[in-house]
Design a protein around this ligand. Structure first.
Ligand code: PLP
Length: 521
């Protein structure tokens, strides 16, 4: 038998057959399985062949022989290439299929924006280049700040923070600095239960006491509730809008008035801006400070831990506190302004993740104002289409019209099946599962964000799969409870993977030795 992996023709298990037949994009047919690279190893096999030595062997060579590295895999070039190519097919991304992960805006990002970010003059520019030779990059940052300010209704924008949560940190530090500049040291930040989890974390990190407040039955915060909690110790309200239920905070204007009347400021988590572009501006609603997620709304691929950017927009009164340096334009020239005595300081080395800014700027220019508006309209339409198709089969905890995402629950799922089982079964149908068990305000939440980039055909196939799974839950729940059946691995112990990661390879025969504390690879 060949030692080079196991290319397996899928034997369709009868339980899985139904899922396979139904889906247009499922993982079916040839599935590239593989074993560990160490298990491909064959003594003496190499990835190269060199001519025989015709000079005296140097001492160094002996130290470099593979034999010196105990247990190092001995494999050929093709073994290595096939092994890693196979593993790469186990990775799912937005370029391989629909990715309905709620709260993440996993939209398809046009490749032209990648091309822009890789233009040699932009990719190769060095942050220490003197300003007079960096006018183009500074102009790009300056104009992107202006475009984001216009889209969101703020007076100024900093591009420095590297992620959404980092933007929150910058925003709340500015709020604190503003209070301090008025001689106040307020202690509390109000945060509704429909906010993103990073909001309370940010407030706590900035030294504030987090006061959780309940959203109303309609899933949105009411002005009355905010009025009840507002007092002279409240520094700010942090509200996510649209909130994590995918609902528009319809009382936001009144809420901002109440917080301002009480001497506080309003922070809006703008990671969900994909629902609002060209339609409504948080700055016009009375919000004082908001972060953007360029890696969600503005065309930077994300999800794999790559670089992002969380610019922050502020109203006039917070401008003095912006992180420094600030990109300014004076007499037709661009420069970095470090002379900002009230600034909260730097949030990032140099000026943030420039490549992400280039993508965002290319995206905004290619889309144009009308295009951005249409993107938001389509994102909202797609979420409501899914909502309409699945309503009835899945429990909908809130009746308000959805914006860019829709949250169901597993309450009506049959056969004692839960959200996790549905998520695992969707994998058999070839779909990345939606966000599960978030937001926390909905027990067994199933949070779906289709984004604007999916066609009706894709949405219909996905909804068909969801409806089929709802039927399966009633009629043959074991299909859900045993899922996934078509993947290389089945249900993993996610807790053990996080708490006891196995980072060294132990050949089976040595596993027992390991228990006796002998090291292995
Ligand atoms: C994604 C997200 C964040 C956090 O953004 P990161 O870039 O992951 O730090 C904050 N709030 C909301 C609503 C989000 O969806």
């Amino acid at each position: 038998m060949s030692r080079t992996g196991t290319l397996t023709q899928l034997k369709v298990c009868p339980r899985a057959a139904k899922a396979e037949m139904k889906s247009g994009t499922a993982t079916s047919g040839l599935i590239l399985k593989d074993k560990l690279i160490f298990e491909h190893s064959d003594a003496g096999r190499t990835g190269y062949s060199l001519p025989a030595l015709d000079v005296p062997a140097a001492a160094l060579a002996a130290e470099l022989t593979r034999a010196e590295v105990k247990g190092f895999p001995e494999v050929s070039e093709v073994d290595v290439v096939r092994h890693f190519t196979r593993l790469s097919t186990w990775n799912y991304g937005v370029d391989s299929g629909f990715y309905p992960l709620g709260s993440c805006t996993m939209k398809y990002n046009p490749k032209i924006n990648e091309v822009a970010a890789r233009l040699p003059g932009l990719a190769g520019c060095h942050p220490h280049t003197p300003e007079r030779f960096s006018q183009g990059t500074l102009a790009l940052m300056h104009d992107l700040q202006g475009a984001l300010a216009e889209i969101s209704g703020f007076d100024a924008v900093t591009l420095q923070p590297a992620a959404g949560a980092h933007g929150e940190l910058a925003g709340v530090l500015m709020i604190r600095a503003w209070h301090e500049s008025h001689g106040r040291s307020r202690k509390k930040v109000l945060i509704p239960d429909t906010a993103h989890g990073t909001n309370p974390a940010t407030a706590a990190l900035c030294g504030y006491e987090v006061v959780p407040i309940a959203s109303g039955d309609a899933g949105v915060l009411t002005a009355e509730t905010v009025a009840e909690y507002m007092d002279e110790d409240v520094a700010a309200l942090m509200v996510t809008s649209p909130n994590t239920l995918g609902l528009f905070e319809s009382d936001i204007r009144k809420i901002c008035d109440i917080v301002h009347a009480g001497g506080g400021l309003v922070y809006c988590d703008g990671a969900n801006l994909n629902a609002l572009m060209g339609i409504a501006r948080p700055g016009d609603m009375g919000v004082d400070v908001m972060h953007f997620n360029l890696h969600k709304t503005f065309s930077t691929p994300h999800g794999g831990g790559g670089p992002g950017a969380g610019p922050v927009g502020v109203t006039e009164k917070l401008i003095p506190f912006l992180p420094k340096p600030v990109v300014v334009k004076e007499a037709g020239n661009y420069r970095l302004d470090f002379d900002r005595p009230q600034s909260i300081g730097r949030m990032r080395s140099f000026y943030g993740n420039f490549g992400v800014m280039v993508r965002a700027w290319a995206y905004i220019l290619t889309m144009g104002g009308e295009g951005l508006k249409q993107a938001s309209q389509m994102a909202v339409l797609n979420a409501n289409y899914i909502r309409a198709r699945l309503e009835g089969a899945y429990h909908l905890p809130h009746q308000n019209r959805s914006l860019h995402e829709v949250v169901f629950s597993d309450q009506d799922l049959g056969g004692n099946c839960h959200t996790l089982d549905l998520a695992k079964r969707l994998i058999d149908y070839g779909y990345h599962p939606p966000t599960v068990y978030f937001p926390l305000v909905v027990a067994g939440a199933i949070m779906i964000e289709p984004t604007e980039t999916e066609s009706k055909e894709v949405l219909d196939e996905f909804c068909d799969a969801m409806l089929e799974i709802a039927r399966e839950a009633e009629e043959s729940p074991e299909l859900l409870l045993e899922a996934p059946t078509l993947t290389a691995l089945r249900r993993l112990d996610e807790t053990a993977a996080a708490r006891k990661p196995q980072l060294r390879y132990c050949p089976p025969q040595e596993a027992t030795e390991k228990k006796e504390n002998k090291s292995c690879y």
